[in-house]
Design a protein around this ligand. Structure first.
Ligand code: F6R
Length: 243
């Protein structure tokens, strides 16, 4: 695992967008795994700026989701499908055809999870998977105690994660779904390159445990230590508890 400490979130976004641009120049139809939440926004802004300036051609890029709420209509503004379309697919000038994600509205959610878990390798596998990290060390929505070998499946959000995400639902926790579909940790570990961005002091404990603690299901992100090509980019605040 390599750890890169940058000054702030903007610098982290630039660095990772540069790595994505370099991947796209080597492999124009790369499959990019994207995360949602606040952390990756500087990455998406920096990459979209490169596309607008002509510095990178993303026209053949493909994008896939890490996770999705269960039961939110696909066109709800906070479904992760809508968020990824708005924050990544449209700014990069891509079409919905280049985008895949799990179906959070499926009647048979278990079948939808299994279908998505199969669809990723069938699409050639994820070339670069972006990850954020929860204050409790979750990646995707693999909350503490998730199996490190887990596959795409339905999970119940912890109260803490629902509180954290209420800001996307007018601050109203009652609007935050209880269930999500998430790529499992075993699924995530199959991506060729994992890139985790963590910014802000609130992530400092989780980062220290991820990087310097033992590999443990109690800190799902610590599974990155098992991956042959994992990059953890942290700003100075998130790095403040590293030894
Ligand atoms: C979202 C996701 C989550 C977030 C994490 C951090 O797709 O997979 O693991 O990355 O909850 O969220 P932010 O970046 O909002 O602090």
């Amino acid at each position: 695992m390599e750890v890169v400490i940058v000054q702030d979130a903007k610098a982290g976004g630039e660095l990772i967008a540069e790595a994505m641009a370099s991947l796209l120049s080597r492999k124009p139809d790369a499959l990019l795994g994207v995360a949602t939440g606040s952390t990756p926004l500087p990455i998406y802004e920096a990459l979209a700026a490169k596309v607008r300036s002509g510095a990178v051609d993303a026209s053949r890029a493909r994008v896939c989701q890490l996770d999705e709420y269960v039961g939110l209509p696909a066109d709800h503004p906070e479904s992760y499908r809508s968020v990824v379309l708005r924050q990544v697919v449209e700014p990069l000038g891509l079409t919905e055809a280049s985008f895949m994600g799990p179906d959070g509205t499926a009647e048979d959610v278990q079948a939808a999870c299994e279908a998505y878990d199969r669809a990723l390798p069938e699409a050639g596998g994820v070339d670069l998977q972006l990850l954020g990290i929860g204050t409790d060390g979750h990646i995707g929505f693999n909350e503490p105690c998730s199996s490190l070998a887990s596959r795409t499946r339905i999970k119940t959000l912890t109260e803490q994660t629902r509180v954290d995400n209420a800001r996307f639902f007018d601050g109203d926790i009652d609007q935050v779904p209880h269930h999500v579909i998430t790529q499992g940790i075993g699924t995530i570990l199959e991506a060729r390159h994992l890139v985790l961005l963590a910014t802000g002091e609130g992530k400092a404990d989780a980062v220290a445990q991820t990087v310097e603690g033992p590999v443990s299901a109690l800190v799902p992100a610590s599974a990155l230590q098992l991956h042959p090509h994992a990059t953890v980019v942290v700003d100075e605040a998130a790095a403040s508890k590293l030894k």
